[in-house]
Design a protein around this ligand. Sequence first.
Ligand code: MRU
Length: 313
Amino acid sequence: MLRSYDEVAEAIRKMVIRGAPAIGVAAAMGIALGASQSVGTSVADLDDDLQYICDVMSKTRPTAVNLFWAIERMRATFQKNKQLNDVEKVKKTLVDEALAIFEEDIAANRAIGKHGEPLIPDNATVLTHCNAGALATAGDYGTALGVIRGARDAGKKVAVIADETRPFLQGLRLTAWELAKDDIPVTVITDNMAGHVMKGGKVDAVVVGADRIAANGDTANKIGTYGLAVLAAHHGLPLVVVAPTSTLDPSLATGEAIPIEERDGAEVSTRFAARNPAFDVTPADLVAAIVTEQGIHRAPYGASLPRETAAAR
Ligand code: MRU
């Protein structure tokens, strides 16, 4: 149990809570918790505390834009309600907003599953990377795994190949665990087996989540996704990106400007100097479709993605 905003921030930083949508929801909850625990007696005091809390939250992880989106929503909620001029009432609006963000994420994942499932043929084998499932979101559905669950719920047979996802092993530890628990057939491979498995004709589609999608559709996702996208293109397989609208970042024209988290090399090797970029950027021209709670986007993404964000915000 997390009992303060700084415990929530620490849980995000240490990846106890991870996955872009879950990070956004947890940050909103953490901010609401911190605001509720503020001992300030005026709305101005609460404003000071809120700014500090949001600042701490914003320094936890840099790549998943859902974090900054959630912080912005909490800030905007305060701005909208500060004229209530009653600290307890303003605190309540912040708690309500965090709960709304939580509920919206659950609904978004369900809608994503419905929109995306037509992309999965019956009897398909889908390769996925990292964990974009229930454990990366609110609720029990997920984003990329939400599309797979949507196909299952539509009566299709789907099998999953899960990359183990070096170095943090989200595919092995989280994706395989949650699919097995749901009785969805899952086979784990090491990341370097993907090309061989695709060449053997064992994959029908690659379906992944996202941590930040630029206005043109360039997509930051867990390190290794870019390599998978190149392999998928070579083998004529569609690479489908699945994410809620909160993962869209229309402020960035292309993926060039997406900040890539560089984690401690010790997660890769404690014996040798090691690089550990946690994400990479897949260029939009390697992305066959982007599924959100609004529907399926196809290239060119530059017009439809920013329109969707504008409508949602
Ligand atoms: O570093 P993590 O575990 O927070 O990584 C984020 C992810 O879970 C993946 O990149 C995922 O595919 C997108 S978030 C559903």
